[in-house]
Design a protein around this ligand. Structure first.
Ligand SMILES: [Zn+2]
Length: 209
């Protein structure tokens, strides 16, 4: 890895640390697991807040930790230097722009997950994926805040022809980099990731790479 890449990653890590409020409380100021009313092991109601990220059963002693779920994000750029974006058809952030991707299944690698999600949402086939960076997010699903760790991959596809919106994607668009705006992406981690990608691709272009 070049010194330039290392410098970029170091800067990025600092930036990412600064924009996240590192609180485990949800949007309403409640414990992250407040909707978990019963012990998932023995079913007792004596399932009490333990640490800020865990609840402990007073009946059987079981402790449940809210750890982040792995999720993937695909960065796909075509031969005309346009980024593949989708419009979210579901909450959270319904109607805003997004990058293809989603939660990893159990026993799936990030590479397998990103390939599956790209096919499910756009119909395109990923032939190669290169890990770029990760960003944490808090994903509200049916009123429950699910912490995620979003893994960004630069993906190559067999063909950029025939992308169509499916599954969670309401629309598929190829956007030239000059039209890609971080604020159009409704999910925080995606918006932040896109702002870094704009820098990366703009500087690569400026340097003739
Ligand atoms: Zn229990």
């Amino acid at each position: 890895m070049s010194n330039e890449s290392l410098h970029y990653i170091a800067l990025f890590a600092t930036f990412a640390n600064n924009i996240y409020q590192k609180t485990y409380m949800n949007q309403e100021g409640k414990h992250l697991l407040h909707l978990f009313g019963y012990c998932p092991k023995c079913g007792a109601k004596a399932f009490a807040e333990d640490t800020e990220k865990s609840k402990r059963c007073e009946a059987c002693g079981f402790t449940y930790f809210m750890n982040p779920s792995a999720s993937t994000v695909a960065v796909i750029v075509d031969e005309r230097d346009r980024l593949l974006v989708v419009r979210r058809s579901k909450e959270p952030a319904k109607g805003t722009l997004d990058l293809p991707g989603g939660f990893c299944d159990c026993y799936e690698t990030g590479e397998e997950g990103v390939r599956r999600e790209v096919t499910e949402e756009t119909g395109l086939s990923v032939t190669e994926s290169q890990y770029l960076f990760s960003l944490p997010n808090m994903y509200r699903y049916s009123g429950l805040d699910i912490p995620t760790l979003d893994l960004f991959f630069l993906c190559k596809v067999a063909s950029t022809e025939g992308a169509k919106a499916m599954d969670d994607a309401g629309e598929v668009l190829w956007l030239p980099w000059q039209k890609v705006k971080a604020e159009d992406f409704g999910l925080k981690s995606i918006s932040l990731g896109v702002s870094r990608l704009i820098e990366k691709f703009a500087s690569a272009k400026a340097n003739g790479r």
